[in-house]
Design a protein. Structure first.
Length: 296
C-alpha cells in the first residue's frame, strides 16, 4: 500500500494515477474529498485531513509500503513561511516514525543542501535532516529544479506589461523541470524501492536555461517573439509579488532564493548528467503555456 501526500497537486495526482495503473493499492491524502474524486473513480482509497494533524497521518501511514512526502505550498500564509514548513515537516516526520514506515520518496529541491540562505528551500533542508534522524528509514530525496508550472504566474505581467521578470540575473542558468517528469521519477523509485539509507537525486529537466532563453520559448508560443525577460532589483521584485497578492513572508523567501542562485550557492553541488536529465523541454511546456495564456 502506497500513501501519497499532496494527492491533488501537480506531482501527487500523477504519481497516484501511475501507481493505480500498475495495480497498486493507493491511499491519496487531500484536504477535500471532492478534489480526490477522480482518483476514487480510478480505485484509490482516500484520507481527508491536514498534514499538520500528526495523529491523522500516523493512522493513515500505518501499514504503508512507502510514502510520497512533500510540504505543499500555501499561498495565503498569515505567518512566517518557515514556521509553516517546520510544523508540517515535523508532523510528517513524526507520523512516519510512529507508523514505522520503512521507505519514503521526498519532493525536495535544488538548494536543499544549504542549511540557510535559500528561502523556502531551507525548509526542505530541515525536512531532509529530520527524516534522516529516523533509524532504519530508507529515503530517496528528489532534488528537483525550478518548476515550469511556476511560469504560469507571469501571464498577468506579460499581458499587462509586455515582459516578465524575477530578481534572477539574466545570465544565470538553472535547471527547469516539468512536474510530470518529477512525478515519473518519483513513481519509478516508489515501484522499485531500490534505495537504502539516505539518497538524493537531481531531477533537472531537459536542459539548463537562462530566463532570456525561457522568454524566447514562451514568446514564440504566444506570438510575442520579442518577449523580454527583465531582471528586477530584489526590492522591486518583492514589491511586485506583494502587489500581486503574495504574502510578504513568501515574497521575502523567493527573494532570498534568487539571491542564492545569483551568487552561485544554490547550485553549488549540482551537475547535469544523462541520468538526471528528464524529457520535457521548455518548448514542450510552451504549448501548455500558450493554452493557459489564451484562456486567462
Amino acid at each position: 500500500m502506497y500513501v501519497i501526500t499532496g494527492a491533488t497537486g501537480n506531482t501527487g495526482k500523477r504519481i497516484a494515477e501511475s501507481l493505480l495503473a500498475e495495480g497498486k493499492e493507493v491511499v491519496a491524502i487531500g484536504r477535500e474529498e471532492e478534489r480526490l474524486k477522480s482518483l476514487i473513480d480510478k480505485g484509490a482509497k482516500v484520507a481527508v485531513g491536514e498534514l499538520e494533524d500528526t495523529q491523522f497521518l500516523s493512522e493513515t501511514f500505518a501499514g504503508a509500503t512507502a510514502v510520497y512526502a512533500l510540504i505543499p505550498p500555501k499561498w495565503d500564509l498569515q505567518e512566517d513561511w518557515r514556521t509553516f514548513q517546520h510544523r508540517v515537516g515535523q508532523s510528517i516526520t513524526t507520523a512516519i516514525k510512529n507508523a514505522n514506515v520503512k521507505n519514503v520518496v521526498v519532493l525536495s529541491s535544488n538548494g536543499a543542501q544549504l542549511p540557510e540562505g535559500a528561502g523556502p528551500v531551507t525548509g526542505l533542508y530541515e525536512f531532509e535532516q529530520n527524516l534522516q534522524s529516523i533509524d532504519g528509514l530508507n529515503i530517496m530525496s528528489l532534488r528537483a529544479g525550478y518548476f515550469m508550472q511556476n511560469l504560469f504566474a507571469n501571464i498577468g505581467m506579460i499581458k499587462n506589461m509586455g515582459f516578465f521578470g524575477y530578481s534572477l540575473n539574466a545570465d544565470v542558468k538553472t535547471p527547469i523541470v516539468h512536474t510530470n517528469d518529477i512525478a515519473d521519477v518519483a513513481t519509478k523509485y516508489l515501484l522499485s524501492l531500490d534505495f537504502k539509507g539516505f539518497n538524493c537525486v537531481f531531477v533537472s529537466g531537459e536542459r539548463d536555461l537562462t530566463m532570456p532563453e525561457v522568454a524566447k520559448a514562451l514568446g514564440e508560443a504566444i506570438d510575442k517573439p520579442d518577449l523580454k525577460y527583465v531582471p528586477f532589483p530584489k526590492a522591486d521584485a518583492k514589491a511586485g509579488m506583494m502587489q500581486a497578492g503574495i504574502p510578504e513572508t513568501i515574497a521575502e523567501g523567493y527573494g532570498e532564493l534568487f539571491e542564492s542562485l545569483n551568487n552561485g550557492q544554490y547550485l553549488n553541488d549540482y551537475g547535469r548528467t544523462p541520468q538526471n536529465t528528464t524529457p520535457t523541454s521548455i518548448e514542450d511546456f510552451a504549448k501548455e503555456f500558450e493554452m493557459a495564456y489564451k484562456h486567462s
